[in-house]
Design a binder for this molecule. Structure first.
Ligand code: A3D
Length: 311
């Protein structure tokens, strides 16, 4: 069977790590695409990664390019094209520049690979995935945003750090937009099936929720120039793997809601089933009044940014 083709649009910090993880997981051949100015950089990264392969013995091909023809008929696209935050910036501050880039990228992907599954990472996430959807005209099941996967692993991490138990046994989800209004659903968080609410105090839990909401900003501040890239890359690779291996994973992702959770026609973080059909389903469940009102609040923030796209 021919190997699958994974196209990474944007070969910066996240793009480079996506390439490494995709190759190590043997998801398929990897093409790192970037603008002509960065062509040498992505060709160099690709060559470096090719030379890492003998250690693990995998045969995936990794290449760098700035020619759209090279990503023709790729199975999966992961888009990180754009600029990241600097300290003091909101994700929304990136809108103007990244929207222009996303429109260009969407038009090119539509032309080169009209049947691909597309994962958007560029920020402001909920507006960027919406923009891709509108410009490409792709069906909703083949367009998804990576955010909830990352926000949930951040929440998991902080719960594990606070309780001292294995991060592997922590399950939880964060819904809503990828911004400070995101909604960690603490009520359903567990450690090995035991409710977290029975393990730590509500004050401790509140601190963890608050840290989760600004976890991206905490890293931006430490870096001084740029944003997180290791965990974001792994989060997106899990989504790509779920699609390529038809795993039916249930991952919080920015999916197009058409009535689910009372949300109409917006991409926002909801539990999504990812398999060979792309986003195959959204798992709706009963929220408490407080959770629903928090979700309505985060939707307001998403609507505001989406309105600024004029799409
Ligand atoms: P960075 O290392 O700057 O890489 C971005 C790359 O995009 C650069 O190599 C650019 O040259 C390239 N690029 C710019 N314009 C184009 C274009 N038209 N076509 C192709 N490539 C282009 O940034 P990064 O990798 O750290 O972050 C990438 C994006 O992801 C940013 O917008 C971040 O804000 C966002 N991000 C999102 C999350 C989420 O959880 C949603 C987390 C972390 C970062």
């Amino acid at each position: 069977m021919a190997r699958k083709k994974i196209a990474l649009i944007g070969g910066g910090q996240i793009g480079g790590n996506l390439a490494l993880l995709a190759a190590q997981k043997e998801l398929g051949d990897v093409i790192i695409f970037d603008i002509p100015k960065a062509e040498g950089m992505v060709k160099g990264k690709a060559l470096d990664l090719m030379q890492l392969r003998p250690h693990d013995g995998y045969d995936a091909d990794i290449s760098g390019t700035s020619n759209w023809d090279d990503v023709k008929n790729a199975d999966v696209f992961i888009i990180t094209a754009g600029i990241p935050r600097k300290p003091g910036m909101n994700r929304e501050d990136l809108l103007e520049i990244n929207l222009g880039i996303m429109k260009d990228v969407a038009a090119n992907i539509k032309e080169q690979a009209p049947n691909a599954f597309v994962i958007v990472i560029s920020n402001p996430l909920d507006a960027m995935v919406y923009a891709f959807y509108k410009v490409s005209g792709f069906p909703k099941n083949r367009v998804v945003g990576m955010a909830g996967a990352l926000d949930s692993t951040r929440f998991r991490t902080f719960i594990a750090m606070e309780t001292g138990y294995s991060v592997q046994d922590v399950t939880c989800m964060v819904l809503g937009g990828h911004g400070d209004t995101m909604v960690p659903i603490s009520r359903l968080a567990t450690v090995g099936g035991v409710p977290v609410t029975d393990l730590i105090s509500s004050e401790q839990l509140k601190k963890i929720e608050d840290r989760t909401r600004v976890a991206g900003g905490e890293i931006v501040k430490l870096f001084g120039n740029g944003s997180a890239f290791y965990a974001p890359a792994q989060s997106a690779i899990e989504m790509a793997e779920a699609f390529l291996r038809d795993k039916k994973r249930v991952i919080p992702c920015a999916s197009l809601c058409e009535g689910e959770f009372g949300i109409e026609d917006y991409f926002i973080g909801v539990p999504s089933v990812i398999g060979a059909g792309g986003v195959e389903n959204i798992l709706e469940f009963a929220l408490t009044d407080k959770e629903q009102s928090e979700l309505n609040n985060t939707l307001k923030a998403v609507k505001k940014t989406v309105a600024e796209t004029d799409l």
